[in-house]
Unconditional design. Sequence first.
Length: 316
Amino acid sequence: MSNVHISVVSPIYGCAECLEELCQRLCSTLSTITENYEIVLVNDASPDDSWVRIERLARENDRVKGVSLSRNFGQHYAIAAGLEYACGEWVVVMDGDLQDQPEEIFKLYSKAQEGYQQVVGVRENRKDSYFVSLTSKLFYVVFNYLSDNNLDNRVANYGIYSRAVVDSIRRYKEKDRSFGLLVAMVGFSRAEISIEHAARSSGESGYDFSKRLSLALDHILSHSNKPLLIAVRIGFVCSLLATLYILWLIMGYFVWGNTVTGWTSVMVSQLFLSGLIISVVGMVGIYIGKIYNEVKERPLYIVDKMTFHEDEQGQK
């Protein structure tokens, strides 16, 4: 395994029942491309018996490498851990629940041989629930506007990436991570091809609504300062409207003899501006909190167990 051609990195959470089939289908597909391949399964502290199964698969097949994190760090951190231990000239990143079908790797690899450094899969017919698909579309609409990008919500992590792309991604150490966004950021020649997306065969997604919302906010605020610029523009607009309203009141008093009756307008404007100020201050506080998290330079993840020794892989 000192000359690995293709590595497959898959974060594992809540899909223990898929692991045997995942490895069997991966081996069948990869063996048609090369005999020099490896499968890196990263257990993100899955609450089921995923790690027990990964250990057994690693004993039965020396091409399977298992990495177990000390706690649940999240999908994108698990991918980062897998990239650290992947030795291949090409690295495939895919989910472990078989929604990303292993047989599509051949299409990704074939396209990469045309001269592309990264080839990502486009899920033409997503087999996710309506709610998941809708929230994904809404996120990308908002994110693309705020970050001045043009990312496709049908593109996730599934793709094949050259060693140059992987090494570039590994240089990014920020805490708020999204593998797909990092892939887009590092550049290199890129192709997108249609792939078949499957329904989840077992288990449940680890992302509920609150986690999806939190992840969306993290990605937006970590990759764009446009929300601050929007807040400044809203402030200017509010000031302009307030100035025009004052001029209107003055004109009404001197020209038409109108007088302001009651404090309704004053209270409404105070409540509106107070809410706006608190929101802007809170937004600034979130950005400062993210800076605080970055300067602490804590590790992205902690590895608890591995099914191999680091000196066996000829890396690190």
